[in-house]
Design a protein around this ligand. Sequence first.
Ligand SMILES: [Zn+2]
Ligand SMILES: [Zn+2]
Ligand SMILES: [Zn+2]
Length: 266
Amino acid sequence: MTDSDHHHGSCLCGGVQFETTGPLRDVWACHCGQCRKTSGHHWAATSVPLDRFSITAGETLSWYDSSPAARRGFCSRCGASLFWEPRDEDRVAIAAGALDRPTGLRLTRDIFIEDAGDYCSCGAPPPAAPAERPTRLDCSCLCGAVAFSLPGPAGDIITCHCSQCRKLSGHYSASFDADETTLSWHRREGLAEYRTPGGGQRGFCDRCGSSLWFRSAAGEFSIEAGSVTGPTGGRLAEHIFVADKGDYYEVTDSLPLAGGRDSAPR
Ligand SMILES: [Zn+2]
Ligand SMILES: [Zn+2]
Ligand SMILES: [Zn+2]
């Protein structure tokens, strides 16, 4: 049970669990390049002073030094993007998607919107057509230990608000279908796969925690839009599993919504 003064959260596999006490900051959605790579779309987080935060299970918690000023915490077993911790401040930013509902929180700001993906309109209706249509998409994790390319452009990009995608991305996911046989692999030293309860596999980097792709139990393959470096040439087309969405945000861009019955769990 969560009330306004006590929150619990976890990664998807449960290897990392944490608790907070006292009020949490409003949720901010960050579109910076680092948050896009690690989350696979964009990352949304609250923030709490370190003395009101405790890790209650940390068996699979890993940290990646993403800059001289901050590190990012993720689960090395399922790949969930969980924490951002600045070195010179006694606080930690926590993925809103990792918190148990009800969170009692509201998303109030989008930050670094100048760095947002070309497919992302930050809540407004998306543009009629992408500005660029790249013929090749270069994808990588944040640390560079996983890199691949494939023919572009990305085409339709689907956001998924299911609880798995929320736990793993830290907010919700955005991905596009791809033919896996067209991928050219450049580096895969950091590549790890997590088998989901539905029998799918999630590809992520076990050094930096970046979400990269999903392969369903039936073999359908999709790539996280945030893994693309530069323009995707894609366009947001639909939201799925909106009945499962987080309670701290609304879907406001007027795209088609699907509750989930017609879509395979990711
Ligand atoms: Zn996990
Ligand atoms: Zn990496
Ligand atoms: Zn999903």
